[in-house]
Structures are given as structure tokens and as C-alpha cells.
Design a protein around this ligand. Structure first.
Ligand code: ADP
Length: 592
């Protein structure tokens, strides 16, 4: 993205409050115009004083007072416009910043899991905060300075030529010096600043990754090493930043020099022209005023270009995220599913993550309401992807998935996902109270309903024993709870949501047998009368399934009940012996 592009895009975000933005812009234009009049009035007064010696005092007073009254009037207008800008520009910028934050947040939450797999949450948070901060600063500067500066430059230079072309020409010479210098530095340092920004973002991702895994780092005594690596990354940021700063320092020095040189030149040329009788003292003062104004404006421009230069990479990162397309969204005219009965059908469904190899290939199966379907197979065989397709986390490349005979692609995402409960293997919990976590799928559930779900999930007792009962905070990702407790909470959460379709990703990690039996009891309550898809790691689960789908390299290679598949002595039987709880498999073989 070019400078102009980033700038235009940032200003374009003000479109939502276009009316106010235009009023503020006009107030700024008025300010810019009024700023010109001051040097003119100043020069006029000097001339009145310098040439009025021979005239009667009354006449001199009247002439001076006229100028003063005009000046006071302009001062009042300036104050009024300034108040308008100062009050409303800040409010507008604050409002838009929060609105952009909300929009970014909602957008990022909607992006595909593949996107989130590639981008660390720390990075996304840094891009959000820095991007909206820079937008805020840019909008404010636009209303307070940019417009006035631009108009100042566009009007001031021709006006000065018109007043006295020889002195005006001196001012006109200043502009190219600034423009060329700025362009040179931007061309030289733009790429380097992009690299610095990438380093900064890496740093944020790394730091947040470490902060999110404090237990791991402490238990592996990695604290010092992590801190050292972070310091190393910081040193790299600094090493990349310093050369860029040198360039800018040079430009600042040269531009200040150009300002002083021009001012001195105006007085030199002005003195000579005055001696020749071509210009008055007042005109020289007016020009000196113009020059100071101009130098100020150019300084502002440099300051703005400088800050946009440093902010551009972060703004680009922000717009990059905003431009990411959500891979799945509602089709025009998408229908509400209502409450489904729970009949699910996959018809020749294929999907790949874009690397060419299909993660799921030609998968077809059906589940009647209330049935339990177990998906088994080695890691990477395509089980999770198949169920992700049912949730529409991705859309299949070919084939069709239906719920109650209706293609899920034609349903609203909300209504589809309202009908599906998910119990993840790692029992994702938010850093909120137990009650908030339970109510995630049904925020309006009553306390009685919540407690009933917790009881069914064998979670009520341990919740009651917690310090603040249902109001106890669970810690980041549920850290303050045990594995079995987390699982039962996520089962209770699914029970409260009460969906007709259920996706269970069975935990692979072993629980002690008492906890295990509690979890199994909870699961049995949850699965009752729901169409359930289980990514199964336990023999007990597959044994009781109505149907077992055996996945291998994205395809279903065998299907049937446990007995049919075991009798077949094929791939499934092999899996049972080697993968699904080997100890239990051994026992089952002996028992047969
Ligand atoms: P399973 O659940 O059986 O372990 P998955 O459905 O997770 O298998 O994976 C199927 C295939 O898709 C694997 O080759 C895996 O590497 C690939 N895969 C899974 N998730 C992603 C992803 N987010 N991006 C790219 N490839 C993925």
C-alpha cells in the first residue's frame, strides 16, 4: 500500500460520521484562512506606525483602531472554530476508535480456524491496539493540523508571489527542498521500517505466548532463557530501528536549516529592496510572518509524514487483517434451521486445506436422530475435519451435508451452530466465572436450569465445594481446575445448551478411574436422545456406538457395528489392538 492509499483508507473510516467530519473540516479551513490574515494586519500596523509621523493623531488612531477591530473580530472567529474542533474532533476520534476496535474484534472472531492457526492471538491483539491507536492519532491530526496545513500551503505560496514576487519566490524555493528531502528519506527507509514493525509484532506474539504458558515455562525452568530470548529480540528491533532514526534526524536538521536560511534571506533581500524603495517595512514584516507560518506548516507536514511513516506498517497490518475474508458466511437468503430433529447426512464430501492433499475425500454416511456414530482412525486421518465441516468451520469443496434433509450451506450459521453442541478434548474454558462458562451456549438459562445441568454432568458437587461456588473464576483456560473437572464443566455446558446434535472429542489423556467413571456417567446423560458424533479413543465408546466409521487418509475405509468390524478382522480390528486403549483391547481379546 502506498502512503496516500493508507492515508485515504484511514480517513475513509470516518465515513460513518460524515456530516460531523465535514463540519470539522470546514472549521479547519476557516482556521487556515484566518491564519493568513494576521501577518497582513501586522504589516499594515507597522506601516501605519512607520508612515504616520506627519499625520494628525486622530487620523492615525482611527486608522489603527480599524485594523485592531478587524484583528479582534478575527481572533474571536479563530477561538470559536478552535473550540469546535477541540471539542468535537476528540470525541469523534474516540468514538471511531472504539467502533473500529469492535468491528475488528468481531471480524477476527469470524475468521477461519486456519487463519487463527497461522496468527498468534498476541499478534492479533497487538495489531488491534496499535492499529486503532494510530488511526485515532491520524484522525485527530487530520482535523487539527492536516487540512489547515494543506490549505495554508496551497494558498500561502501563490498569495506571497502576488504580494511581492521577489520575496515570494524565496518562499516558493523552500517547498521543493522539503519535498525532495522527504521523498528521498521515505524511499530509503520505508522498507527498513516495515522490517522493524514485523519484529515488533513477533515480539508481541512471543511475549503473549510465554505469558499464556507460565506454568509450562516455570516447570521447565525456562524463565531465564525466555527472558534472554525476549531481550535478544528487543536488541534486534533496536538494531533495525536505529538506522531509520538516523535518516530522520538528518532530515529534521536539514529542514530546520532551510527554514532559518529562508528567514535570513527574506531580511537580506527585503533590506535591499527597501533601500531601493521597492518594498515598505510593513511588507517585509508581513513576509517574515508568512515565512514563519510557512516554515511552521512545513514542519507540521514533516512531522505528519514522519509519524505516518512510522505508523504505516502497523496500519497496513491492521488493514491486512480487516481485509481477510471470512471463509464461511451466510448465503443471501439463508434460512433459519429452527430446532432440528438431528438427522445428519454427508453426501460424497471432499475437502482440502489448500495444500493439494485432501483432508477428507468422498465421505458419505448418515445418522438418524438419537444415533451415536463413532469416528476412529489414526491421527491425521480426517476425523476432526469431517466434524468441522458439519459445524461449517469450513465449506466442503464438493459434496453436500444435510441436517434434517436441508443443506447446511443454505442455513444461517447461527441457527446451524445453535443446534450442535461441542465438547472439546481440551475442554476450552474462558477466564470467567463457572456460571458464565456454563451459560456460554444459553446466556438466558436460569440458575435452576444451570444447576440441573451441572448435577447431570456430575459437576455440581465440586462446584459447590469451590470457594465462590458458581461465581468462582476458573483461571485462564480453566487452569485452576483439574482435567476431570474441566471436562465435566464442558459437558454441563453442552447439556445446558441442549442441542439435538452433539460432537464429542474424547480426551486422550487418562483420568483416574473414579473421575473417569464420573465423566462417563456425565457423558451418558449428555448423549441420551441426541445424535452424537464421537471422535473415539476409548473402547467402551466404540463398543456402544450404533455405527463406527473407520477413517484412513481422509476416506472411510470400513464401517459397521463393533461386532461386525471385529469379525471382519480388517483395519479396525488392527486399530483396536494397537491404538484404542491397548490394555483394554488385550482384555477384550481374552474375553472373546
Ligand atoms: P484427525 O482428526 O483424524 O486427527 P484431522 O482432521 O485433524 O485428522 O486432519 C486431517 C488432515 O488435515 C491431516 O493431514 C492434517 O495435517 C490436516 N489438517 C488438519 N487441520 C489443518 C489445518 N488447520 N490446516 C492445514 N491442514 C490441516
Amino acid at each position: 500500500m502506498s502512503f496516500v492509499h493508507v492515508y485515504r483508507r484511514a480517513l475513509g473510516l470516518l465515513r460513518a460520521e460524515r456530516g460531523l467530519a465535514i463540519v470539522l473540516g470546514l472549521a479547519n479551513l476557516a482556521l487556515a484562512g484566518l491564519a493568513f490574515v494576521e501577518p497582513l494586519l501586522f504589516g499594515r500596523i507597522i506601516d501605519l506606525l512607520a508612515t504616520g509621523e506627519g499625520r494628525p493623531p486622530g487620523e492615525r488612531w482611527t486608522a489603527s483602531l480599524e485594523v485592531m477591530v478587524l484583528w479582534a473580530g478575527i481572533g474571536c472567529l479563530t477561538i470559536a472554530a478552535n473550540i469546535l474542533v477541540a471539542l468535537h474532533a476528540d470525541r469523534l476520534a474516540h468514538r471511531r476508535r472504539l467502533a473500529e476496535m469492535a468491528r475488528y474484534f468481531e471480524h477476527v472472531l469470524n475468521l477461519s480456524l486456519a487463519f487463527h492457526g497461522r496468527h498468534h492471538s498476541g499478534r492479533l491483539l497487538k495489531v488491534l491496539i496499535q492499529g486503532t491507536d494510530h488511526l485515532f492519532g491520524l484522525w485527530l491530526a487530520f482535523f487539527r493540523e492536516h487540512l489547515a496545513t494543506l490549505i495554508g500551503l496551497v494558498l500561502l505560496l501563490p498569495l506571497s508571489l502576488f504580494l511581492e514576487w521577489r520575496l515570494g519566490l524565496l518562499l516558493v524555493c523552500l517547498l521543493p527542498v522539503f519535498a525532495v528531502l522527504t521523498a528521498l528519506v521515505i524511499a530509503r527507509a520505508q522498507h527498513d521500517q516495515g522490517v522493524v514493525e514485523e519484529y515488533h509484532t513477533d515480539l508481541a506474539a512471543r511475549a503473549s505466548d510465554a505469558l499464556g504458558n507460565v506454568t509450562l515455562l516455570q516447570s521447565f525452568t525456562r524463565l531465564q532463557a525466555e527472558a534472554a530470548e525476549l531481550r535478544l529480540m528487543m536488541a534486534r528491533v533496536l538494531a533495525a530501528q536505529l538506522p531509520v532514526l538516523n535518516w530522520w534526524a538528518m532530515v529534521t536538521v536539514i529542514s530546520r536549516m532551510a527554514g532559518t536560511v529562508t528567514l535570513v534571506a527574506i531580511f537580506l533581500l527585503g533590506t535591499w529592496l527597501n533601500i531601493q524603495g521597492i518594498v515598505s517595512i510593513g511588507e517585509i514584516v508581513t513576509f517574515a510572518g508568512f515565512a514563519t507560518l510557512l516554515i511552521g506548516k512545513l514542519d507540521h507536514t514533516m512531522g505528519f509524514v514522519n509519524s505516518l511513516f512510522f505508523q504505516k506498517p502497523a496500519l497496513e497490518q491492521f488493514f491486512d487483517v480487516v481485509d481477510q475474508q471470512a471463509s464461511v458466511s451466510d448465503r443471501p437468503g439463508a434460512e433459519d434451521l429452527g430446532r432440528a430433529r438431528g438427522a445428519v447426512r454427508f453426501e460424497d464430501v471432499s475437502f482440502s486445506y489448500g495444500d493439494g492433499t485432501p483432508a477428507v475425500a468422498h465421505v458419505s454416511f448418515g445418522a438418524e436422530p438419537g444415533e451415536t456414530v463413532a469416528l476412529v482412525g489414526q491421527t491425521g486421518a480426517g476425523k476432526s475435519t469431517t466434524l468441522a465441516l458439519l459445524l461449517r468451520l469450513h465449506d466442503p469443496e464438493s459434496g453436500r451435508i444435510t441436517v434434517d434433509g436441508r443443506a447446511i450451506a443454505d442455513l444461517t450459521l447461527d441457527s446451524l451452530r445453535r443446534n450442535i453442541g461441542v465438547v472439546f478434548q481440551d475442554s476450552n474454558l474462558l477466564h470467567r466465572s463457572i456460571a458464565d462458562n456454563l451459560r456460554l451456549g444459553r446466556p438466558d438459562a436460569s440458575v435452576a436450569e444451570m444447576i440441573a445441568a451441572a448435577r447431570l454432568a456430575e459437576a455440581h458437587d465440586f462446584i459447590q465445594r469451590s470457594a465462590q461456588g458458581y461465581d468462582t473464576l476458573v483461571g485462564e483456560r480453566g487452569q485452576s481446575l483439574s482435567g476431570g473437572e474441566r471436562q465435566r464443566l464442558s459437558i454441563a455446558r453442552a447439556l445446558l445448551k441442549n442441542p439435538p446434535i452433539l460432537i464429542l472429542d474424547e480426551a486422550t489423556s487418562a483420568l483416574d478411574s473414579a473421575t473417569e467413571s464420573l465423566v462417563q456417567k456425565a457423558l451418558a446423560s449428555l448423549m441420551r436422545a441426541r445424535t452424537t458424533f464421537v471422535i473415539a479413543h476409548r473402547l467402551s465408546t466404540v463398543r456402544h456406538a450404533d455405527q463406527i466409521l473407520v477413517f484412513k487418509e481422509g476416506r472411510i475405509v470400513e464401517r459397521g457395528t463393533f461386532r461386525v468390524l471385529m469379525d471382519k478382522r480388517g483395519y479396525f480390528a488392527e486399530l483396536v489392538e494397537t491404538q484404542l486403549e491397548p490394555a483394554e483391547a488385550g482384555l477384550s481379546r481374552q474375553g472373546r
